[in-house]
Design a protein around this ligand. Sequence first.
Ligand SMILES: Cc1cc2nc3c(=O)[nH]c(=O)nc-3n(C[C@H](O)[C@H](O)[C@H](O)COP(=O)(O)OP(=O)(O)OC[C@H]3O[C@@H](n4cnc5c(N)ncnc54)[C@H](O)[C@@H]3O)c2cc1C
Length: 328
Amino acid sequence: MSYSLGGKGILETIESDLVIIGGGPAGCTCALYSSRANLKTIILDKNPSVGALAITHQIANYPGVSTEMSGDDLLKLMRDQAIEYGTDYRRAQVFGVDVTGEWKVVYTPEGTFKARALVLATGAMGRPASFKGEAEFLGRGVSYCATCDGAFYRDKEVAVVGVNKEAIEEAQVLTKFASTVHWITSNDPKDDDFHAKDLIDQPQVKHWSKTRLLQIDGNDSGVTGIQLKSRSAETEELIPVEGVFVYMAGSKPITDYLGGQIAVKEDGGIVVDDFMATTSEGVWAIGDIRNTPFKQAVVAASDGCIAAMAIDRYLNSRKAIRVDWVHS
Ligand SMILES: Cc1cc2nc3c(=O)[nH]c(=O)nc-3n(C[C@H](O)[C@H](O)[C@H](O)COP(=O)(O)OP(=O)(O)OC[C@H]3O[C@@H](n4cnc5c(N)ncnc54)[C@H](O)[C@@H]3O)c2cc1C
């Protein structure tokens, strides 16, 4: 199945038993179990380097692995093990879902995915829109996904805010389109950060070092500029940009792509039962996205195991839905 999207050419619609959004310890463990249960499983992961486990320098309390291991190395082991058992791991940022039908539909810039069961495992590294103008202009110039929206800014000026790996990678994506990428960092990248150095060396990148974003300005047609304050300057600076891409990590469950379709608790965590099922049939939620009181890798992995076993049971009881791939 395929369809055409704007200037991006023909994009595929891919069907599977199970789509897992998020490739952290929760998502990878769920995929390991579901793949071993012979369920056609796809993980859609925005970026393997930016989740909570991926940024953990050293993980000394995950049972059975070396106390010297980095979170990134542990996550790679988990991911590789799931892939070895048949998981289809793809890098893609999910920007929307439709959970109303029998088939759950997941939208990404790389294509659309349809599954008989959907698992939400995007963790809790999100934050509320906190810059002045950020919420007001979200979707009208403010974005969190350069791969989704970068092409709209061909030959235009844009700003990228943040110093983490995701900010650097997304700014690199924008250099393919924008005339100027203003990179704004309140703390500077480390001297040995070669990815940051590569970015700054690009001719269309202007690095605003030790500078804070104060406000995003705009009008009825969207973003028109930003206000900045450098630590060394007396006054604020106004820069005309049409796009602002914000990459700052926080500690709020990442649920923005759900469009309010799944019930959440007052603290932002997704409501689940003992089997990790949400209030929407065919949709499960695992790991930090639940805003669990004890956010630990082993807890996230345990959630993934529970959900996969529950999903296997659920899908086996619904064999009437026809699929067009063969289970051996
Ligand atoms: C600094 C730090 C240190 C920690 N130290 C420890 C420790 O020592 N021991 C321990 O057990 N736990 C530790 N934790 C907690 C542990 O890392 C988390 O509990 C665990 O990683 C949660 O797993 P998760 O899979 O739910 O989420 P995450 O690990 O956050 O993974 C979420 C994944 O979802 C992806 N994603 C997000 N949005 C989207 C989207 N829209 N589309 C597609 N993919 C998306 C992200 O790229 C990421 O890969 C630490 C956490 C932090 C932040």
